[in-house]
Design a protein around this ligand. Sequence first.
Ligand code: FES
Ligand SMILES: [Fe+2]
Length: 356
Amino acid sequence: MSSVFETVQSRDVRQLGINPNHWYVVARSSEVTNQPVGVVIWQQAIALYRDSSGKVHALEDRCPHRQVKLSHGQVVGNDLECAYHGWRFDASGECAAVPYLAENQKLPNCKIRRYQVKEQDGFIWLFPGNAEPSIEPLGLPEWEHLNYIATVSVINCNAHYSYLIENLMDMYHGHLHQDLQAWASAALQDIDEDTNRVDAHYTAQSYYKIDKIWSISQLFFPALRRLHPEPLDVSYVYPHWVSTLGKDFKIYCLLCPISATQTKAYLIHFTSLNAFWRLHKLPVWFRRFIKDSLFGAAQKLLDGLVIQDVKMIEEEQQAYLQNPDRRNYELNRALVSVQRLMRIQAQKIDNFSSAD
Ligand code: FES
Ligand SMILES: [Fe+2]
C-alpha cells in the first residue's frame, strides 16, 4: 500500500476530483415530489422526480431537443415532460413522446443519461459512476429507529469538499465554537486507515450526558455544563463522515460535492434516548410520536455550528485561490491520513469530468 501512497502524494488536494463510484447524497426525500427538482453533483446537472407510484428517478437535466433543463418541466405519469415543446422522456431516458409528431415521423432517437438512484433513510442516494454499483449506500440506521431524535442542517459552502472533510476530522477546532462547543480538550489517540476510510480516535471532555432529562438544558445554559471525559470518534468513510461522542450522540455528514469550489452536504445529528429505559416500555405509536415531535430539537445548535464552520472553510478556499502555492502548517496527523485517502480515491476516476 505504501507505493500507492507515495505516487499520489504530490497532487494538490484542492484540485482533486471525486471518485464517482460511490453513493452520494443529492437531496432529502422530502425535497423530491412529483414536481421535478434540479440538483448538481460534480458539475453534472441531474433532474430528480417521483413517478406516479412514488418511485424516484434521476435523469440528466438536459432536454436533447434544445438543451434546456428538464427539471423546469413536469411529471406526466412515469415520464418527465420538457417545459418548452413538451417532449417526454421515460425513466430509462428514452424519448417516449413528441406531441406534434407527424404520422410519417418516427420518435427521435435521443436517449439521455439515467443515473442509479436509491431512496433510503430519508435521503436520495445517487451513484454518478458509469459502472454498476458494487457497494451499498452508507445508510443511517438511526433515521427510522425509535430511540433516536434527528436534526438535519444543510451545509452550502463555496469551497472544495476537502476543506469540509478536514474541518470535520480535526477536533482541535472546538475552539471556534465556544458556547456551542459540544466537546473540549480533544486529544488524538490513534488512527486506523485503509483505502476506503480513516478512523480518528480522540478523547475529549464533553458536557453531553443524556441520562437525566434535565441534562438537555446544558445545551442552552452553558453555566450548567459539567464536563466529563468521553471517547470522540470521527470517521471519513469515503465520501461521507460519521462521528460518535460517547453513547448518546451520533452525527453524519453526507456529501454532495458540486464543483471544485462548491460543496453541499447534509449534517444529521442524532440524540439517543437509549438511556431512558422507561421510555422503551411505552407503546410504539407513542414512541413514534415522541420521536416525530422532537425532530429538529437541536436545530439552533446545529445551524449555529454550521455557520461558524462554513465561514472558516470559505476563507480557506479564498486564501487558496489567491495564493495556491502557500503551504499550511499542520500539526494534526489525522489530516495527513484524510488527504491521503482523498488522493487515492480521486485517482480511481474513470472517464469522469475532473475539476481541473
Ligand atoms: S427543448 Fe425540450 S422539448 Fe423542445
Ligand atoms: Fe465545527
